[in-house]
Design a protein around this ligand. Sequence first.
Ligand SMILES: *Cc1c(COP(=O)(O)O)cnc(C)c1O
Length: 355
Amino acid sequence: MHGHDLSPSTIAVGAGRPDRVPGGPLNAPITLASALVPGGASEYGRQGNPTWDSFETVLGALEGGRALAFASGIAATTALFDLVPAKAAVVAPRHAYYGTIAQLQERARRGQIELRLVDIDNTQQVIDASESAALVWIESPTNPSLEIADIEAITRASARSGTAVAVDNTFATPLRQRPLDLGADFVVHSASKLLSGHSDVILGAVVTNSDRAHDAIQKRRTMLGAIPGAMETWLAARGIRTLHVRLDRAESNARELHKRLSASRHITRCRYPGFGTIIAFEVVAGADVAQKMTEQSDIITYATSLGGVESTWERRRRHPGEPSSVPESLIRLSVGIEDVEDLWIDIRNVLATFN
Ligand SMILES: *Cc1c(COP(=O)(O)O)cnc(C)c1O
């Protein structure tokens, strides 16, 4: 119909809408149903819901695969980890989202898997560890250290050893990184972050381009009951409609703030991978000052989570589960779409007050 490949912005706006029928809505309605009339794709609300389809279609189209929505990012992760055979080895980054690592560590403690933690930006170390492993779990950029994995080199090596590769693409979004194109078998999202984008949804997804893997994950979702609510998928599909605009704006803010933070004598090791909306930096004066700074800002909200239109920040080590290799004074800043000068004045003021 179009005669050319549509750009991601056009897909974000247009994919997953209902057929155009006179008098019909432009957006998928919110279908609240436990039971559906037999003969269709689903007849019970745990198996499927028409509102999920809209979110799954647009996310799948952006990632270049087929998506399945889950109750949360962690529910999506759990479904995938459940497919790892008993006693098999899983390779994962030392600094991945700590809920992910905590789950892997518990599975290892119970003797269900063998866990091999690696520095994900050390490609050779990852490849060596993935020998004879069932799954390599990649997060790139990592949370909160913002390390970058060479996804393509890792998937190439894993293809030779028959190891599955999954990429948590929460920080990059399909607009900055398409892991399936780079050879990954699975993409996992916390749609609670940039995809929904307004800090009002908990939702996750798995995307794959293998029909067999898709069916296995879908079966897992139904069996575990790790299903999303209709409202959450509706909100996330609505969020994706503006993802490209929000991301462009937040990213340009992040680039500018990274430049200015890097020049501040109160800040050290300011990390920004060159794309995305997350900056991490350490406060020279230490953890107490870093904690006070985050609690006293005016425009930037002191809060966990990330990827919303509003800027938020926190000292990550305030969470007891964060690994001790994350520095005590490290602040993770999620840059929103406010005016960058207002954000900088806010940061400059707290830097001046506490340093
Ligand atoms: C938030 C987050 C998760 C967990 O997702 P939930 O939706 O909170 O369950 C997983 N990975 C990354 C990178 C995250 O930021």
